[in-house]
Ligand binder design. Structure first.
Ligand SMILES: [Zn+2]
Ligand SMILES: [Zn+2]
Length: 266
């Protein structure tokens, strides 16, 4: 995964086109093969999730002068970080960096559940009272900012290449868009996929109203870490089509964008 392997222009185009295409394709697919009846709980939540995404994009683009690609370039120019020092093939370094970053995200997600101050922000994601592609972009801007700082630290320490960072960011957008979708996968395909990645049925258990199930299936892309650290739940106990999603008794005050933005400060 060296930066010489892929033309940066192609990579840049891919980095923009792939997530947008995947997002709309998954919206289409979840409409064609739905797992749950999303209309039962109203679809206003979808508009609010999309609105929050617009607000977040504006905040991150206009107010935060930091990107993971810039950190990777900075580390590369200074020979800083593990893979800028080790003499390994760029493909191996890239692959290991992407896996290590996914591992770091697993622990970030665990921390957002275990540390009350971080949960105040992360609960905005869980307060969605159903789950579809748009839940994947429902995060409080402060959580996104802290996550950016956390990921920057790991990109620098690992000395991840620009290509590895772009691949990781694509995984971190497309993976959650897929596993938050209301897409009903054939049982066999789900069983094969969940040996490697978090499928929609896997991540749905994480959005259960039951706190013991919420504290499992933390993986945003790879599911290995949940299996390794015994935080894996195979099936939600109330069943996928009938289970309640969200937070017990707390959803009413976290529906509109203004409520979502103010939620951590209450
Ligand atoms: Zn969570
Ligand atoms: Zn989620």
């Amino acid at each position: 995964m060296s930066d010489q392997i892929m033309n940066p222009v192609t990579l840049e185009n891919l980095a923009t086109l792939l997530p947008i295409t995947a997002f709309f394709l998954l919206i289409l697919l979840q409409g064609v093969a739905p797992r749950r009846d999303l209309f039962k709980n109203g679809i206003e939540r979808i508009y609010h999730n999309l609105f929050l995404f617009v607000v977040n994009t504006l905040i991150m683009r206009l107010l935060v002068p930091l990107t993971l690609v810039a950190v990777a370039i900075w580390a590369g120019e200074r020979g800083f970080g593990l893979f800028n020092v080790l003499d390994v093939s760029p493909w191996v370094a890239g692959l290991l960096a992407v896996i290590a970053l996914d591992f770091a995200i697993y622990w970030q997600h665990v921390a957002t559940h275990k540390i009350p101050l971080l949960w105040r922000m992360h609960r905005v994601h869980h307060a969605d009272h159903d789950m579809d592609v748009t839940t994947a972009i429902r995060f409080h801007p402060l959580e996104l900012f802290l996550s950016l700082l956390y990921k920057s630290l790991f990109v620098a320490l690992l000395g991840a290449s620009v290509t590895a960072v772009i691949v990781f960011e694509l995984m971190l957008f497309i993976g959650p868009a897929f596993n938050h979708s209301n897409l009903k996968l054939p049982r066999r395909l789900d069983q094969v996929l969940r040996m490697v990645i978090a499928t929609p049925d896997v991540h749905r258990a994480h959005h259960s109203i039951h706190r013991d199930e919420q504290d499992t299936n933390y993986g945003f892309f790879l599911i290995w870490w949940d299996r390794m650290f015994k935080t894996y739940t195979d099936e939600p106990r109330d069943g996928h089509s009938t289970m309640e999603i969200g937070l017990e008794g707390e959803q009413g005050d976290c529906k509109r964008v203004d409520q979502m933005l103010l939620s951590p400060f209450k």
